[in-house]
Write a protein that binds this ligand. Structure first.
Ligand SMILES: NC(=O)c1ccc[n+]([C@@H]2O[C@H](COP(=O)([O-])OP(=O)(O)OC[C@H]3O[C@@H](n4cnc5c(N)ncnc54)[C@H](O)[C@@H]3O)[C@@H](O)[C@H]2O)c1
Ligand SMILES: O=C(O)C(=O)C[C@H](O)[C@H](O)CO
Length: 263
């Protein structure tokens, strides 16, 4: 028996949207801790194949599937395929997500609903169907990707904040319903990280870029690898009595009211 509480050898982890960005960084962390990695995306088979090559180049056993997390029939079919071809899913990270930056007054209902569908309904669909197997097998780990917008509002991101605030509460509800089945459901709430999602607001000279560096006590954007520790902890035996929490990995944003821009 291993005495390493963080060892994931023998575990299979599904990371949705894990073909780049935060999903890939967390998946690599889990892979290097010993887990078999399964990632999906809805974009293209080429994106999935490229990601799998990148994982394998780092010595990680990895598998890729193309499906949309909002399509329940496709999710059920994919879970069956993954569990037959790779193995039972022990760890699920609901990472796939989108954002639309539009003021409420100008936002179309269809755009609002599209964000809720991917960022809130998607984790509901995937978790519900993965948890059925976890319950039969006696346990598992679920991690939902929350956000600063699980706690804070900001101009133009109402749908995203509604979804991520809802995802925080869905996390607590999953913990409430599934703790008795030895499933630990927690969230990770990243601060502002350098990925394609934030690329449009991270360019040099963009006022938001300066604002975030000043608003983050650590004084920088998060590096996707900064999430690996929290992801490994919440996937491992080390967190077996931790349930319904959101671990904010934010360089201190939520700890502070901020400071004037000239200080
Ligand atoms: N980047 C940040 O600063 C930040 C901060 C807090 C939370 N998050 C959240 O973390 C997660 C990952 O963020 P990221 O910055 O790496 O984003 P990203 O846009 O780089 O990656 C998200 C991935 O999800 C996939 N995806 C979107 N809709 C999908 C669907 N319907 N089915 C399957 N896959 C789908 C995309 O194709 C993409 O590969 C998201 O949920 C995001 O909201 C990001
Ligand atoms: O505020 C924005 O425009 C964002 O992109 C939100 C970030 O991606 C992130 O969720 C903050 O935690």
């Amino acid at each position: 028996m291993s005495i390493n509480l963080f060892d994931l050898t023998g575990k299979t982890a599904l990371i949705t949207g894990g073909v780049h960005g935060l999903g890939m960084a967390m998946a690599k962390g889990l892979g290097h801790a010993g887990a078999k990695i399964v990632v999906n995306d809805h974009s293209s088979q080429e994106d999935v194949d490229n990601a799998i090559s990148e994982y394998k180049a780092e010595g990680i056993e990895a598998y890729g599937y193309l499906f949309d997390v909002t399509d329940e029939a496709a999710v059920i079919a994919a879970i069956n395929k993954i569990e037959t071809e790779v193995g039972p899913i022990d760890i699920l990270i609901n990472n796939a997500g989108i954002i639309k930056r539009t003021p409420i007054i100008e936002m179309e209902v269809a755009d609002f609903e599209a964000v809720i569908k991917v960022d809130l309904t998607g984790p509901f669909i995937v978790s519900k169907n993965v948890a059925k197997g976890m319950i039969e097998r006696g346990g598992g780990k679920i991690i939902n990707m929350c956000s600063m917008m699980s706690e804070l509002g900001r101009d133009s991101v109402s749908a995203y904040a509604s979804a991520k605030g809802g995802l925080k509460m869905l996390t607590k509800n999953m913990a409430t319903e599934w703790a008795k089945f030895n499933i630990q459901t927690n969230g990770i709430g990243p601060g502002y990280f350098a990925t394609s999602q934030t690329a449009p607001i991270r360019v040099n000279g963009h006022p938001f870029n300066e604002f975030i560096m000043g608003r983050t006590p650590a004084g920088r954007w998060g590096d996707p690898d900064d999430l690996q520790g929290a992801a490994i902890f919440l996937s491992s035996k080390a967190s077996d009595f931790v349930n319904g929490h959101i671990v904010y990995v934010d360089g201190g944003i939520l700890a502070t009211i901020g400071k004037p821009s000239n200080e």
